[in-house]
Ligand binder design. Structure first.
Ligand SMILES: [Zn+2]
Ligand SMILES: [Zn+2]
Length: 235
């Protein structure tokens, strides 16, 4: 029951609380403080923000469908979660968390690259790219096919590995936050985290913003690694 409540809260965070809070912080409440750190000098258009808001709210249904699929897999026995954490499970859980980040980033890279192939781009991914100057509301403004494809990563992993449900929920929370910040539209390097050694490998906001401006390149979401490996990073 706790896991279900947290899942519903997480859906609300992904599609309303998170984008609304970040948008309010960067574009309304502390607008003047962030002006110098804006990646694109022009402001995002009101029409594209309204469009993204509608699509973000609509894509709640995709999350709901994926939760239903996972629940069906749990009741059929194809997916099993652990609900408690003993001391000897802490290290494997940290490893699982990091492994998930790298695996999902590769999954995202491959599917995102495929979504940029002409027929798929026109029919599916163009919806997300309507905003060439993204805001936090753009993060989940995606076509149903795209949202479903990206979320399919979860049941596929759950069928292969038995994970702790609370580690999974924490993982979804953290990666949602990365996605929201990735679309914020501001240089966030001045945050303390930006000065941590090795942090330059993280795909910061400017990295994904460039993807929205130039379309082909910078396909990863969490790290710059896969774009470096496959030679698709913008110089
Ligand atoms: Zn994007
Ligand atoms: Zn794209």
């Amino acid at each position: 029951m706790l896991a279900i409540s947290l899942t519903l809260l997480l859906i609300a965070f992904r599609h309303f609380i998170g984008p609304a809070a970040l948008y309010h912080h960067f574009y309304v409440a502390d607008k003047d403080q962030w002006t110098a750190d804006r990646i694109q000098s022009r402001s995002p258009s009101e029409a594209s923000i309204v469009w993204d808001k509608k699509q973000t709210l609509r894509s709640i249904l995709t999350d709901g469908l994926m939760v239903a699929i996972v629940l069906a897999l749990v009741s059929s026995g194809a997916v099993e979660f652990s609900y408690t954490m003993s001391a000897d499970q802490i290290l494997p859980s940290i490893f699982a968390f990091v492994a998930l980040l790298f695996a999902q980033d590769l999954y995202f890279y491959v599917t995102h690259y495929a979504l940029h192939l002409p027929p798929l781009y026109r029919r599916v991914h163009a919806l997300h790219h309507r905003s060439t100057n993204p805001t936090p509301w753009t993060s989940f403004s995606v076509h149903f096919v795209e949202g479903f494809t990206e979320l399919m990563f979860y049941p596929l992993v759950f069928m292969l590995f038995k994970l702790n449900i609370y580690v999974v929920l924490l993982y979804v929370f953290v990666t949602t936050a990365i996605n929201l910040f990735g679309h914020a539209g501001f240089r966030l390097e001045k945050f303390a985290l930006g000065r941590v050694p090795g942090f330059s490998w993280v795909a910061l906001c400017a990295f994904h913003n460039r993807h929205h401006q130039s379309f082909t390149g910078n396909y990863s979401l969490y790290f710059r690694i896969w774009d470096k490996v496959f030679g698709t990073e913008f110089k």
